[in-house]
Design a protein. Structure first.
Length: 665
């Protein structure tokens, strides 16, 4: 049995993650550029298109592709909806286009006897007109075809027939309306998940609600959180992330600094979820009621903020599920339930969930129900705790189930684990991911890691959220480097990535750690903290300025344009972000050493900016609001961590006739 003929070959369709096994990611308003290698035997002209539709749409749309070079084709699709699209490529022989090109070669070669070829061309136009569907018979392409046929009617001269058949408007109409011989589809459908814009550009602030009160020893409330929101807004944040807000178990409750024995007033860890008051769909009674939580969500929305919740799939021994569904947990031979361990650490106050349980289907449905419960309370963003300890297939199912109904929901993966596992979590659906940025301190390792995130296939699916600290991670550079280290790391995170975040206390440069660890001393994970948020020496103004600069400069709202630039000092990292239209250019120089001043010669990429070597331009330093006129591609900077750990420049060009500056902004 002979195979079905598909003489057109379509290869290397991009973008595609793992050859299309996983979706690529974009945001609403993006243009998806689809490329492919397309060819066939011989010298026929080809035509190609991108076919695409929303996952729940019945009708396909199409966008033309053009030949770029060397059998490489490209087409563009505007992504205008927060949904999942499917797309593919089709190609065919452009019979009329091939005829036109052959005719031009014949004419150029001086051939005069073209009667047979002219008849062939006219027949192609008649066949295309006859094949028009009923709905297109009165359309613009039909009108062009009819005009050509009218010009070919009667007994026109050879030159008149050539003029009619070689008309550019006719060729375009035929490209759209003519039959498509050898029509060949690519052998698979590809996916692109189109998220709302905030999925790729946002600034996060993490806080413990119970520590937002002002009276030492008193448990904070949702009302206290509402009072803090204006302060967080003034610092320029978009997302306020809350660790678990649920009832906390009493059995094996941990004391300060993870002590095994808790005192009568110790609040325990919020991640020991569940008690007599309820489980994952209940709120801790000392925080308030569910109505109080809804008021917090509404108050945040009124200030342009979004509340994100922690989704931790684990239970305290007092969680209702332990009693109602013991089959969802790990049973020991003696009939007791196994608590969580990550040797040498032990978490006696937490029971992990057994995803290999025979009752896994009911478990999955229950967890989906938890997420949808909080969506119904107004939550649209979830930070997922330790997703790498749960099955990938579960996350693929859960995220798709959620986003099919609520496509605007964002999931942040908190997985500081092996690189391939982190990448796999992003592939199966997580919107954003924590990264290794927290532990990248030196120029070479920072450059290597960021180029992996932005230049490899990871750029298609992995959105790195650069948290500078977390309740679990107080990096050594922050422990030892003082306020300059905090300013330096914040500047790096806010300008390297379009997504960044801090855990509260960062703005106060809190740096007291347990010996030989990255754990905070007197950690909020185990006790209530009361702070003076306006304490002398705080870094709130620096954080607010960084977030304002991000909002004011579109170049910083994406990671895709990041490029590292030459800097003569091994301690000074120099990089830039340039919009595709070159209408916003940001250059950043950061001293990575919080202890000493370093001078460096920076190489400005004038050619990439369209600036002549002898042209005067301005470097506007945005952190200090200082301006400097310069010329040439060398600029020397001295960065003293006591006064300025970094310079963030916006480039402006001098327009001589108007004696004014033309900002890339």
């Amino acid at each position: 049995m002979k195979p079905e003929r598909h003489p057109v070959f379509i290869e290397h369709v991009r973008p595609a993650v793992d050859d299309g096994r996983h979706p690529v990611k974009r945001v609403v308003g993006d243009v998806l550029t689809v490329t492919a290698d397309i060819f066939k035997e011989g010298h026929d002209q080809l035509a190609a298109r991108v076919r695409y539709r929303g996952h729940d749409a019945a009708e396909w749309r199409e966008a033309p592709m053009r030949l770029v070079d060397n059998d490489g084709w490209a087409g563009q699709v505007s992504l205008d909806a927060n949904t999942r699209y499917v797309y593919t490529v089709e190609a065919w022989t452009d019979a009329f286009g091939s005829w036109v090109e052959e005719m031009r070669r014949r004419i150029t070669g001086g051939q005069r006897d073209l009667e047979s070829e002219l008849l062939e061309g006219a027949e192609m136009v008649r066949a295309a007109h006859a094949a028009l569907p009923a709905g297109a018979a009165s359309g613009p392409d039909a009108a062009v075809l009819r005009r050509a046929l009218d010009r070919l009617g009667g007994k026109p001269s050879r030159d008149a027939r050539l003029d009619a058949l070689l008309d550019g408007e006719l060729r375009q109409a035929m490209a759209r309306a003519a039959p498509r011989p050898d029509l060949t589809p690519y052998d698979r459908l590809l996916d692109v998940v189109v998220d709302r814009r905030e999925a790729a550009f946002a600034s996060w602030y993490e806080l413990f609600p119970r520590s937002q009160g002002r009276v030492p020893g008193r448990h904070g409330t949702f009302a206290d959180c509402i009072e803090r929101l204006p302060d967080i807004q003034r610092m320029g944040f978009d997302v306020v992330y809350l660790p678990p807000i649920h009832p906390i178990g009493r059995t094996a409750r941990k004391g300060p600094d993870n002590a095994l024995a808790a005192g009568p007033g110790d609040p325990g860890s919020p991640w020991a979820i569940g008690g007599p008051e309820g489980g994952h769909t209940a709120v801790h009674p000392d925080l308030g009621t569910l109505d109080d939580f809804r008021r917090l969500v509404k108050a945040a929305q009124g200030l342009g903020l979004e509340i994100a919740l922690d989704f931790a799939i684990q239970c305290s021994p007092d969680h209702p599920w332990v009693r109602e569904h013991p089959e969802w947990f790990y049973q020991r031979p003696d009939g007791t339930i196994k608590y969580a361990e990550n040797p040498p650490k032990k978490y006696q106050d937490i029971y992990p969930i057994n995803f290999a349980s025979h009752a896994w289907a009911a478990l999955w449905d229950a967890l989906l129900g938890v997420v949808r419960f909080w969506i119904d309370q107004g939550v649209r963003t979830f930070r997922v705790d330790n997703p790498h300890t749960k099955p990938l297939e579960f996350w693929a199912w859960l995220i798709r189930e959620v986003q099919t109904r609520d496509p605007d929901v964002v999931f942040l993966s908190e997985a500081f684990t092996r690189p391939k596992v982190m990448r796999a979590l992003a592939k199966v659906g997580f919107t954003q991911s924590y990264t290794y940025f927290t532990w990248r301190n030196f120029k070479e390792e920072m450059t290597e890691y960021l180029e992996e995130l932005t230049r490899s296939e990871m750029a298609e699916y992995f959105r790195g959220n650069f948290f500078v600290n977390t309740p679990d991670i107080l990096p050594e550079v922050l422990q030892r480097g003082g306020p300059p280290a905090f300013q330096m790391r914040a500047t790096l995170a806010a300008t390297l990535s379009s997504l960044w975040g801090i855990y509260s206390g960062f703005e106060l440069a809190e740096h007291d750690a347990l010996p030989d660890s990255e754990e905070y001393r007197a950690s909020e994970k185990y006790e209530i903290r009361v702070r003076d948020w306006d304490a002398p020496g705080n870094l709130k103004a620096h954080v607010a300025r960084l977030n304002a600069i991000r909002r004011e400069n579109r170049a910083l709202q994406s990671m895709s344009t990041l490029q590292f630039l030459p800097s003569s000092s091994p301690h000074v990292l120099f990089y830039g972000k340039i919009t595709s239209a070159r209408d916003n250019v940001i250059l950043v120089a950061v001293n990575l050493d919080p202890f000493a001043t370093h001078e460096s010669t920076l190489e400005i990429p004038l050619e990439a900016l369209g600036i002549a070597a002898d042209e005067t331009y301005e470097l506007h330093e945005l952190l200090s609001d200082q301006r400097r006129l310069v010329r040439g591609d060398r600029h020397t900077v001295s960065l003293d961590p006591r006064t300025a750990t970094a310079h963030v420049y916006r480039v402006a060009r001098w327009r001589r006739r108007e004696r004014d500056f033309d900002y890339y902004a």
